[in-house]
Ligand binder design. Structure first.
Ligand code: 9WN
Length: 444
């Protein structure tokens, strides 16, 4: 019993600690930075996850988090991946590099990037309502903001679904959110980039061995230079970007958020045209997702490289996110979860590594090439619950809590149980906002 009490107290202390991190990362202007020094601006999907944590103890701030992001939406519905609210120079590449003003419909109020990130906002609004103790006040917030998210989905289907098949593309690895995943390695081999001159800042905050290489950064810069050359024009990018991918995580988030928007519009009443639009795209997207992005030999969801017209057959933590969006049939979900257990879930592993631990490309310490990320664990937890794999969902939740309890609110974590814990098993940035925010949500 004493042990149980200790854990309970520890969790309570940690919840206070998590709130402290979110409070310390709060900025004037109503948004929260992901991590001091390393990421000094507002990031799109970070803000979504942060709002879920905030909703548990400060709903007003959760709403500000979302409205400050939406305030930087472009006139065509696009929501940028970074909003440069302030003048910090501790990050590369900053506003002067990205030059969002090149696009005629870019935000006139804020400097931003011309890249986006996974569309999480639909389901974030729905979660906020679910968490809320004052539904009518959150509902009125949703009523005044939901159309912006809807316009963002319209932007995706209008501009980024080149085959009109219900699957949207990303044109840069930073849009995936899973920046240096080995999934992109083969694409980079096809790209012939000049050597650019730039000064990285990330490696002044975090050990370079835990970050992407300089060679990779040169490629990341190169793809943006191409987009800038064409004023971030979507059609030109679709025709010319050497990186053009249908990503399972990105598309699963769009589908899950479509569903959330439909639910919310039904609750609001009226809005039939929008509901019809979303319903049409939802059915088409789900069907095509299952046809094109499921590999029947691997029994897992994979990626499609549009530029080189071929599937990219790797299994990552993104491969399991379609569960949260209700994409697989029950039968397919069972097969997928068996793969999760066989490759990622051995007794010597915490769930869920970001890249297939049985692959020779797996690197348990390097960023998106292996470590566990709390937002992907949270998505996996939601997906397993949706398909009623209660025991496994509990395992993901408990292991996430355990990792944070033993190593703190780090950016990412080592999945190997056997490594020395003396120095902790967390890597990357410290006091990382979404680790704190989603920890709060998992405790509830
Ligand atoms: C580039 C902020 C972001 C996350 C991404 C994560 C990392 C940025 C970087 O940090 O990417 O967007 O500079 O490495 O990969 O998922 O949103 O936390």
């Amino acid at each position: 019993n004493t042990v149980v009490y200790d854990i309970l107290f520890m969790k309570e202390d940690l919840q206070i600690e998590a709130q402290k991190i979110l409070d310390e990362n709060a900025q004037e202007g109503g948004f929260t930075i992901p991590s001091k020094g390393l990421y000094p601006f507002q990031w799109k999907w970070d803000s979504g996850f942060i709002a879920i944590g905030l909703a548990h103890y400060d709903m007003k701030r959760a709403q500000q988090e979302i409205s400050s992001l939406l305030d930087a939406q472009w006139e065509n519905g696009f929501i940028p991946h970074i909003v440069f609210h302030n003048e910090s120079d501790s990050y590369f590449p900053g506003p002067d590099f990205h030059q969002s003003f090149l696009h005629p419909l870019a935000s006139k109020k804020y400097k931003t990037t011309g890249l986006t990130q996974p569309p999480v906002l639909g389901f974030v609004l729905e979660k906020m309502l679910e968490i809320s103790k004052n539904a009518s006040s959150v509902m009125s917030f949703i009523k005044t903001h939901i159309d912006k998210v809807y316009e963002n989905h319209r932007y995706f289907y209008t501009n980024r679904d080149i085959h009109n098949e219900g699957l949207v593309y990303i044109y840069h690895n930073w849009e995936s959110g899973t920046d240096n995943s080995p999934v992109w390695d083969e694409i980079w081999e096809t790209v012939d980039a000049p050597q650019y001159t730039f000064q990285r800042k990330d490696t002044t905050h975090v050990d370079a061995s835990q970050r992407p290489s300089d060679k990779e950064y040169n490629l990341y810069v190169h793809v943006i230079e191409i987009a800038k050359k064409y004023q971030y024009d979507d059609q030109k990018i679709a025709a010319l970007s050497p990186f053009l991918v249908q990503d399972p995580l990105f598309n699963a988030m769009l589908i899950r958020s479509n569903e959330a928007l439909m639910n919310l519009y039904k609750r609001i009443g009226g809005n039939q045209e929008k509901i019809d639009y979303l319903t049409h795209h939802q059915e088409k997207s789900k069907a095509r997702f299952n046809e094109k992005l499921f590999d029947i030999d691997l029994n897992a969801y994979i990626y499609f490289d549009l530029r080189n017209n071929k599937p990219i057959r790797h299994i990552t933590s993104s491969s399991f996110t379609p569960l949260y969006a209700g994409i697989p049939s029950k039968d397919r979900a069972e097969k997928l979860i068996q793969v999760l257990l066989d490759r990622f879930g051995g007794e010597d592993q915490y769930l869920c590594a970001s890249f297939d631990p049985t692959s020779e490309l797996y690197n348990p310490k390097k960023y998106w090439r292996g470590p566990i990320w709390m937002n992907l664990n949270w998505l996996l937890y939601q997906g397993l619950k949706r398909y009623e794999y209660e025991a496994l969902a509990e395992r993901v939740k408990n292991e996430s809590i355990e990792l944070i309890t033993s190593s703190g609110f780090k950016e990412y974590f080592d999945a190997r149980k056997a490594i020395q814990e003396a120095s902790g098993r967390g890597y990357g940035g410290d006091n990382f906002s979404w680790s704190a925010a989603l920890f709060i949500d998992l405790l509830h």
